[in-house]
Design a protein around this ligand. Structure first.
Ligand code: FEO
Length: 181
């Protein structure tokens, strides 16, 4: 339960909560994009990741209501996937996660400047989480680069991503409190 008045940070917390909801929406659309491309492993990976984003959204929601603030959900924009290949989709997502990281870092600085130590402490979890997410997508892109552009490269990249999705599911079931990248 938060111990300080976080009212000044309420708009920022709501912005972050809606951002996580938008991220889940984007990942669901990315999963659908992969299904259309017959990339079942990648589709599963993005579905798993969408669930994680929903968990992140709920974590912020819970913090807001526990702090006796008002949670406000906004309309979600249509998630448009502009990518024309799996690698460019992954690059787009990686860039998106970097923007999300910047948002959390900015919010953490804001909490610090406002003397809101409760929110400052709460946001530390997301700072660590974002670092893991960036590492995850960078790692996938590195593997895709190593596999290269051969005749069966899409199959191998999709298989590698399927392994990552399976590991994420196993890790999540081993830690019921949630987390992971
Ligand atoms: Fe929860 Fe990927 O930001």
């Amino acid at each position: 339960m938060p111990q300080t008045n976080s009212e000044a940070l309420a708009p920022t917390l709501n912005m972050l909560m809606n951002g996580e909801f938008r991220a889940a929406h984007i990942y669901f659309q990315a999963a659908a994009w992969c299904e259309d491309a017959k990339l079942a492993g990648s589709a599963q990976f993005f579905l798993t990741h969408a669930s994680e984003e929903m968990m992140h959204m709920q974590k912020i929601y819970q913090y807001i209501v526990d702090a006796d603030l008002s949670a406000r959900f906004e309309a979600l924009p249509e998630p448009k996937i502009e990518a024309n290949s799996l690698v460019s989709l992954l690059q787009e997502i990686y860039q998106h996660e970097k923007l999300v990281s910047e948002r959390f870092i900015k919010a953490t600085k804001e909490a610090d400047q406002a003397g809101d130590l409760s929110t400052f402490e709460f946001l530390q979890w997301f700072i660590v989480e974002q670092r893991e997410e960036e590492m995850l997508f960078r790692g996938i892109l590195d593997r895709a680069a190593v596999i290269g552009d051969g005749p069966h490269s899409l199959y191998y990249i999709d298989t590698e991503i399927a392994k990552i999705a399976a590991a994420a599911v196993a890790a999540a079931s081993a830690t019921p409190a949630g987390g992971g990248a």
